[in-house]
Design a protein around this ligand. Sequence first.
Ligand code: NAD
Length: 448
Amino acid sequence: MTSKPFSISRRSFLKTGAATAAATGLPLWFLERELLGATSRPRPLGPNDRPGIALIGCGGQGRGDAKNATRFGEIVALCDVDEKHVNAAAEQFTKDGKVPAKYNDFRKVMERDDVQVIITGTPDHWHTLVNLAATQAGKDIYGEKPLTLTIDEGKHLVKAVRQHKNVFQTGTQQRSDARFRLACELVRNERIGKLKEVTVWLPAGLREGPFSAQPVPPELNWDFWLGQAPTVEYMPQRCHLYFRYWYDYSGGTMTDWGAHHNDIALWAIGLAGPVTVEGKALAQPIPGGYTAISEYDVKFTYANGVIHNVRTTKADSIFGTVEDPAGQRNGVRFEGTQGWIWVNRGNLRASDKGLIDTPLPEGAHRLYKSDDHMGNFFDCVRSRKLPVADVQAGHRSASISHLGAIALRTGLPLKWDPSAEKFVGEHAKEANAYVAREMRKPYDYSFV
Ligand SMILES: NC(=O)c1ccc[n+]([C@@H]2O[C@H](COP(=O)([O-])OP(=O)(O)OC[C@H]3O[C@@H](n4cnc5c(N)ncnc54)[C@H](O)[C@@H]3O)[C@@H](O)[C@H]2O)c1
C-alpha cells in the first residue's frame, strides 16, 4: 500500500514538462518550482556511511520498508515471533553471503551497537513497546502507521522520543507525495476560499465471521504475538494481515487507511485536533467475527468551525484497488467557499482547473517538502532534523483516527479537548475509558 514518490529531473522537465503535468495531475508552475527548489534529494552515501538497520516485524509491510531502506543502510538484524517470517526475511536480505542475525525477542536487538536504525513493522498493538525500547536504546526509528494502539500510548511515545532525541519518521508516506502536499498548500493558502468541510473516503473494512479456533502453527509464538491484548485461542483471521479488523490489535480501516487520509486532512486544516466527534456504524460486526466496524460515517468539528467527515466506500478494496470504476474512490475532498479540491494516490482535481493551474504567490505558506519518505528519514538521521512525519505528526493523525473509532464504539456524541488530549463534558467518562487500555502482563510498559 505504498505510493510511488514523485520526482523529476531538469532534463525530463524540459523535454516532457507538459506530458508530466498531464500524467501526474500536477500543474507546470508547481513542477517548475519543484525543480528550481529541488534540495530534498537524499545525498548518495559512501560505503562507510551506511547505518546498520534492524527490522522488527517481518511481514508484508516491514519487509517492503526494509527493502526500501537498503538504498541507505545495511540490514544487520531481523526479528519476528513467527519463525517462518524471520527466515523468509533472512533469505531476502542476505547480501554477499552475509545473513542478517535472527531474533524472536526485539529487546535483544536493541542491545546491538551495530544497529542505529529500527524499522517497526509489527501489528499496531506492538508498535509502542517496540518503539519505546528502541527510543531508550538510542536508536532512530522508522515506525509504521498508525503510530499506536491508543491515544495514551502516543503521549508516552512522543515524550520518550523528545527526551532521548531520536529521529522518528512515521510510515505515513503520503506526506512525501507531491500531490498531497500541493493539495494541502492550496487549502492552507485559501485557494478554495475559506475551508468549510473536508470529507475523507476510506475503503470499507471486512465484515466476516464467525471464525473458529485452530491449533497454533508450530513456527508462531502466539502468546508473544498477542502481547498486551487479551489471551484468546489462535485463529488465522486474528493474526497476520487480518489483525487490523479487530479492536484488540488495531482499529479497522478507520485507523488503517485513516492514518493516511486523516493525516492529510489534518495537514491541510493545520490544527492539533477536533473539538467534537460523533459517528454512526452503517453495518454491525458479525458475532464471532471481525470486531472493528466496517462501514461508518463519522463527523469531527474543529474550533474554527471546519467539519471533517470520514466515510467508507465499497467501490475501492482494502488494498486500495478499484472494485467499481463508477463508484466513490478513496481519498480526500476539501470544500471551501470558492471551490473544491480532490486528492488521492494518483489524482489531483479541483472544481475549476485554474484553482490548481494558477501559481501560488511569492510568500505563500509552504509545507515541509519531501519527495522520498524513507530518504527523508535517512537524511534526518544524519542532520538530526525533524522528518516530514515526525512522531508528533504521527501521534496527531493516529489520535484523530482513534477518536473516530471511539465515537463508533461508544455510539455517543463526544467533546474532545485537543490540548489536554482528553474527552470533556457529557459522556467524557465512557469515552475516556478508551483513551488508554489495560495492557496484559508481562507486556506492559515494564516489559521494555
Ligand atoms: N505505510 C503503509 O502504507 C502501510 C501498508 C501496510 C501496512 N502498514 C502497517 O504496517 C504494520 C504491519 O502490517 P502488515 O500488513 O505488514 O502485517 P503482517 O501481519 O503481514 O506483519 C506483521 C509481522 O509482525 C510480526 N510480529 C507480531 N508481533 C511481533 C513482536 N512482538 N515482535 C516481532 N514481530 C512481531 C508478525 O509475526 C508478522 O510477521 C501495520 O501496523 C500496518 O498498519 C503500513
